[in-house]
Design a protein around this ligand. Sequence first.
Ligand SMILES: *[C@@H]1O[C@H](CO)[C@@H](O)[C@H](O)[C@H]1NC(C)=O
Ligand SMILES: *[C@@H]1O[C@H](CO)[C@@H](O)[C@H](O)[C@H]1NC(C)=O
Ligand SMILES: *[C@@H]1O[C@H](CO)[C@@H](O)[C@H](O)[C@H]1NC(C)=O
Ligand SMILES: *[C@@H]1O[C@H](CO)[C@@H](O)[C@H](O)[C@H]1NC(C)=O
Ligand SMILES: *[C@@H]1O[C@H](CO)[C@@H](O)[C@H](O)[C@H]1NC(C)=O
Ligand SMILES: *[C@@H]1O[C@H](CO)[C@@H](O)[C@H](O)[C@H]1NC(C)=O
Ligand SMILES: *[C@@H]1O[C@H](CO)[C@@H](O)[C@H](O)[C@H]1NC(C)=O
Ligand SMILES: *[C@@H]1O[C@H](CO)[C@@H](O)[C@H](O)[C@H]1NC(C)=O
Length: 429
Amino acid sequence: MGPRRSAASSRGRLLLPLLLLGVSGFFQSYAVEVDIKDASNATCLYANWMMRFLITYESNNGDYKTTTLNLSSSATHNGSVCGNDTQAALVAVQFGEGHSWSINITKNNETYQGDFMTLTYNTNDTAVFPDAKRKGPVTIFIKDPAGPVQLNTVFVCHNSFDIEAENITQIFWNVTLQAFVQNGTVSKKETRCPADRPTSAPTVPPTSANATTAPTTAAPPAPTPPKPVENPDTGNYSLKSGNKTCFLATVGLQLNVSQDKPLLININPKTTVADGACGNTTATLKLNDGNSTLIGFTFAVKNASASVQKFYLREVNVTLLNRLNGSVISSADNNNLSKWDAFLGSSYMCRKEQTLQINENVQVHTFNLWIQPFLVEANKFATAQECSLDDDSILIPIVVGAALAVLIAIIVVAYIIGRRKSYAGYQTL
Ligand SMILES: *[C@@H]1O[C@H](CO)[C@@H](O)[C@H](O)[C@H]1NC(C)=O
Ligand SMILES: *[C@@H]1O[C@H](CO)[C@@H](O)[C@H](O)[C@H]1NC(C)=O
Ligand SMILES: *[C@@H]1O[C@H](CO)[C@@H](O)[C@H](O)[C@H]1NC(C)=O
Ligand SMILES: *[C@@H]1O[C@H](CO)[C@@H](O)[C@H](O)[C@H]1NC(C)=O
Ligand SMILES: *[C@@H]1O[C@H](CO)[C@@H](O)[C@H](O)[C@H]1NC(C)=O
Ligand SMILES: *[C@@H]1O[C@H](CO)[C@@H](O)[C@H](O)[C@H]1NC(C)=O
Ligand SMILES: *[C@@H]1O[C@H](CO)[C@@H](O)[C@H](O)[C@H]1NC(C)=O
Ligand SMILES: *[C@@H]1O[C@H](CO)[C@@H](O)[C@H](O)[C@H]1NC(C)=O
C-alpha cells in the first residue's frame, strides 16, 4: 500500500484552471545546448536535448502533489567538462530558481556510457512548488539505465523516453549527445535509442533487426517496457471537506486503451494525486497520474426518496494527454454505468479484477477495490458490501456441503452393501 494521498474537496473547483495552467506549462519547454571546446577551440563534447521532470512532493497540509519542472530559457552549463584526458565527462546545467541537473559519462575502450544523473530541485521555487512543506534544495542520484554508446557515434533520440526514480519521472526527448568527440566534429554516425526504432520489429528477431539499421552498436535497452503484464500497485486516495475526510478509495488501476492494438497502462499510485468533490447525492474522485492520464469516477445516490438508500458508480471518464504538449489525445466517457452499488453509509469492496467498459476503445481494470464515496466517518471505511465475485464465503460452504453429501452417500451405500452382505451371509448359515 502506498502512502495515503488526499486532497481538499474545496480545491475541486480549482481543478480546471489548474489543468489549463498545467497544459500551458507544457509549452514552456526549452532545449539546452552544451557545446564544450577544448584548448584548441575544437568541440570535445556536444549535447542538445529537451527534458522535464515530474516531481511528487509533500504540501503544507500533508497532501502529495505532482508538479512539472521545466527547463527555463536561461539555462547555464557551468561545470560541464569534456574529460578527454580523464575518461570522465560531465554535462551539467543550471536553470530556474536554484535547480540543476547533471550526468557524468565514462569512457571505455570502444564505448561511452552515462553513469549517474544528479538532479537538484529547490522547493523554495514557489512557482513550481507553491506550497511545499519543506523548503530548500533536494538532491537525488539516478543511475543511468541506458547502455553504452559506441565511441565516435552520436547518441540520438527524437522520441521521448522516461527514467523513473523514487518520486521523480525524468522525461527526455529530442536528444543529441556525443561525449569524447574526436577531431572537433560531431559524428555523422548515429546510435539511435530504442524509442526511435521502427515498431514493426516484433516479427523479426531483435538481433537481425539490429543488423539492418546502419550504425550497428550496443544500443541502450528500452527504459520502459510498453506492456505491463503484472497487476498495478494498489493506491490509497482520499478527499477532504474542510479537515474531515469525506471520500476514501483503495484501488489498483489499469487502463486498456486500444488504438492500433490494445495497450495496458498501469497507474502508478506513487505519482498519482487525488482531487474532486464530495457531496450529499453525488461525489467525484479525479485522479491525475502525473504522467498524462486523468481518470474521474462519479458516484450518485439512487432514488434519493427511498427509505433505504444505495449509492452506485454512475460515470467514469478517462483522458489521455500528449505528454509533450499537453493536448488531449483521447477522451472517453461513460455516464450510464450502474456498478458498485452498496447501501449508503457502507463501503463497497471488490478485491478481484473488474472491468469497466468506458467506450469501445477504453477499459478500466480495477484491483483490490475498496471505496466509500459518501458518509465517511472518522477517516475510516464503514462496513463493506462485497461484490459477488468475492463471495468465496458462499462458495466454501457449498463445496464443504457437497463433499459432506458425497461422504454421507458413500457411507449409506457402504452400509447397505454391508448389510446385504451380512444378511446374505446370515441366510446361508
Ligand atoms: C581495453 O583494451 C585493452 C587493450 O586492448 C584490454 O586489455 C582491456 O581489457 C580492454 N578493457 C575493456 C574494459 O574492454
Ligand atoms: C558519477 O557521479 C556520481 C554521483 O556524484 C558518483 O558517485 C560517481 O562516482 C561518478 N562516476 C564517475 C565514474 O566518476
Ligand atoms: C528559501 O527561501 C527562504 C525565504 O526566501 C530563505 O530564507 C531560505 O534561506 C531559502 N532556503 C534555501 C535553501 O534556499
Ligand atoms: C525537436 O527539435 C526539432 C528541431 O530541433 C524541432 O523542430 C521539434 O519541434 C522538436 N520536437 C519537439 C517535440 O519539441
Ligand atoms: C581524427 O583524426 C585522425 C588523424 O587525422 C584520424 O586518424 C582519425 O581517424 C580521426 N578520427 C575521427 C573519429 O574522425
Ligand atoms: C478542524 O481543525 C480545527 C483545528 O485544527 C478545529 O478547531 C476544528 O474544529 C476542526 N473542524 C472540524 C470540522 O473537524
Ligand atoms: C483490451 O481491450 C480490447 C478491446 O476492447 C480487448 O479485445 C482486449 O481483450 C482487452 N485486453 C485486456 C487485457 O483486457
Ligand atoms: C501536440 O503534439 C502532437 C504530436 O506531436 C500534435 O499532433 C498536436 O497538434 C500538438 N498539439 C498542440 C496543441 O500543439
